[in-house]
Design a protein around this ligand. Structure first.
Ligand SMILES: Nc1nc2c(ncn2[C@@H]2O[C@H](COP(=O)(O)OP(=O)(O)OP(=O)(O)O)[C@@H](O)[C@H]2O)c(=O)[nH]1
Ligand SMILES: [Mg+2]
Length: 175
C-alpha cells in the first residue's frame, strides 16, 4: 500500500452458510446483528482512524476508510468478482461442520485466482453445542499450507480477534 495519508483497506468475509460471517461483520462494524440469511453483498464502511482507534502511524496521519464486504454463503461462488483488490480476507468455517471446512479449499483457490490478498485469516468458529468434527491440527495445517494465518475463535473472544485484525490492517497500511 502506498505511503500517502489517504489509505483504504478492503476486507472480505467469506465462508459457507451459517459459518458466522454476518455475526462477525456486525461485531467489526459495531452494528446490531440480526439473524438473517445474507442475500447479495452487504457492504459497510468505517473510518480507519475510528476502527484502529489511532490517528497516526509512523508519524503519518491515517485518513482512509475500511470497507467490509460480507458475502452470502448460499451463493458465495458467484461473488468472486468482488474479491478483486481485496487485501484482507476473513475465511470462516465451523468446527462442527466438515463441509464448511472442506469448502475452504475452493475459497483458497478463488483467492489465488481473483485477488492474491496480502492477508488471509482462517477463522475457526464454534458457537452452539454441536460436536467438533474438524481438529485444530487440520485447520492449522491447512492454513500453513496455503500461507494463511489461523485464528481459533472457539472461545468466542471477540476482543482478541479484533486486536488481531487491527494489527493486520496496521501492517498493511505501513507497507
Ligand atoms: N453465539 C454466537 N452465535 C453465532 C456466532 N456466529 C454465528 N452465530 C449464530 O449463527 C447463526 C448464523 O450466523 P450468520 O453470521 O448470520 O451466518 P452467515 O455466515 O452470515 O450466513 P449466510 O448469510 O447465510 O451466509 C445466527 O443464529 C447467529 O446468531 C458466534 O460467533 N457466536
Ligand atoms: Mg450472512
Amino acid at each position: 500500500m502506498n505511503k500517502s495519508t489517504e489509505q483504504c483497506a478492503k476486507l472480505l468475509i467469506i465462508g459457507d452458510e451459517s459459518s458466522g460471517k454476518s455475526y462477525l461483520g456486525a461485531l467489526i462494524s459495531g452494528s446490531q446483528y440480526k439473524y438473517q440469511q445474507t442475500i447479495g453483498l452487504d457492504i459497510s464502511t468505517l473510518e480507519l482512524q475510528n476502527y484502529l482507534q489511532c490517528d497516526k502511524i509512523n508519524g503519518k496521519l491515517i485518513s482512509g476508510m475500511l470497507q467490509i464486504l460480507d458475502t452470502p454463503g448460499a451463493d458465495t461462488f458467484s461473488y468472486s468478482y468482488y474479491y478483486k483488490n481485496t487485501q484482507i480476507v476473513l475465511m470462516l468455517f465451523k468446527f462442527s461442520d466438515k463441509q464448511s471446512f472442506t469448502s475452504c479449499q475452493i475459497y483458497a483457490q478463488r483467492i489465488k485466482q481473483c485477488c492474491q490478498a496480502s492477508y488471509v485469516i482462517l477463522i475457526g468458529n464454534a458457537y452452539g453445542s454441536s460436536k467438533p468434527v474438524v481438529s485444530i491440527d487440520e485447520a492449522v495445517n491447512f492454513a500453513q499450507f496455503n500461507g494463511f494465518q489461523f485464528f481459533d475463535w472457539r472461545h468466542n473472544n471477540f476482543n482478541q480477534l479484533q486486536t488481531h485484525i487491527q494489527n493486520v490492517i496496521l501492517k498493511l497500511i505501513q507497507d
